[in-house]
Design a protein around this ligand. Structure first.
Ligand SMILES: C[S@@+](CC[C@H](N)C(=O)[O-])C[C@H]1O[C@@H](n2cnc3c(N)ncnc32)[C@H](O)[C@@H]1O
Length: 303
């Protein structure tokens, strides 16, 4: 059993801050350049139970306020990842990444990747093609930023491939640690039969966020999620020795987050493992669900 230090309001000495209320209230307490990574999936303005559908201009104004604060609290070497899909009105779509990009650009951020998250399940459209991807916009604050590729490499397609001529003849032609996962990620979304499914209608899978946390932060760093939902960002951060902080307006989602964190403290939170193992020829496809366990955050790593 690993116990971490939790608080319900901003506390620089905690390992986990879960704030019940508006993210702007929590943000106003966080010092400048405090967090290494901001990762979130905001409301899409679709009129879900947890949001009020509003005029697009109003929606973007609200997002700008939150994004501006997120930029303020971001470390110089830090990243912001905004995971979004489409706003849909009367069958017409507005890709939210396109609508939101000018906000990030105007705040001086640098776009590093527009990651396509592809998944197999969703609504079946009848008057357009069914949507099977969403986007993660990854921005950095500066040109010098934390990026660790090795922990998120994926198996090579031809792991034993060798150079057949030249001075490296006979040596492996690909990196034995695996390859760069690219900017198209095929990861199952959390539908009813997913091992991580909770009461939340739109939670993201832990493995999606693990990849961002592992590559864009170091152990002990703070990860912030302004629209925390049922705490997926917190789980993905805590199981890798990072600290996590976030806000959520719905009390039942805060409660679910607490339950998930308690399970992870006991080492019995079931998650779908991120498939980052080096290629195993005896077991190339099937990796069963695993039990996630919290890794107590260490002192902040200085990079
Ligand atoms: C798309 S969901 C995020 C789900 C989350 N990624 C997860 O895995 O559980 C957006 C969440 O933002 C919350 N929310 C909406 N407005 C908020 C605000 N102003 N401050 C904090 N949370 C808010 C909603 O209740 C909802 O749970």
């Amino acid at each position: 059993m690993v116990q971490i230090k939790k608080d319900a309001k901003f506390n620089p000495d905690a390992d986990l801050v879960l704030y019940e209320g508006d993210c702007l209230e929590l943000l106003s307490d966080v010092p400048d350049e405090f967090v290494k990574l901001v990762v979130t999936s905001p409301p899409y303005n679709l009129g879900k139970t947890y949001e009020t559908k509003m005029d697009m201009k109003e929606y973007l104004k609200g997002q700008r306020k939150v994004i501006k604060e997120c930029v303020r609290i971001l470390d110089k070497k830090g990243s912001i990842c905004w995971q979004i899909g489409n706003y849909v009105d009367n069958g017409e779509i507005i890709p939210l990444d396109i609508a939101l990009y000018p906000i990030f650009e105007s705040l001086g951020l640098h776009l590093r990747n527009r990651i396509i998250w592809h998944f197999g399940h969703g609504l079946h459209a009848s008057k357009r093609f069914s949507g099977r991807y969403e986007v993660i916009l990854w921005f950095t604050k500066d040109d010098d930023y934390t990026f660790n590729l090795d922990p998120v490499r994926v198996p090579q397609k031809y792991p034993g491939k060798k150079h057949f001529k030249g001075k490296n003849k006979g040596k492996l032609s690909c990196n034995p640690k695996g390859k760069n996962p690219s900017d198209i990620w095929e990861i199952p979304n959390v539908k009813s039969n997913h091992v991580e499914k909770t009461i939340h209608p739109c939670q993201f899978p832990v493995e999606l966020i693990e990849r961002l946390v592992l590559s864009m932060t170091n152990e002990g760093d703070w990860v912030f999620d302004p629209f925390m939902g049922v705490g997926t960002t917190a789980i993905a951060s805590l199981i890798h020795g990072r600290r996590a902080m976030g806000a959520e307006v719905m009390p039942e989602y805060i409660q679910t987050t607490k339950e998930r964190v308690n399970q992870a403290e006991k080492g019995d939170l079931r998650i779908r493992p991120m498939e980052r193992n080096i290629y195993d020829p005896n077991n190339p496809n099937y990796i069963p669900p695993k039990f996630a366990e919290i890794n107590k955050p260490s002192k902040k790593y200085n990079d």
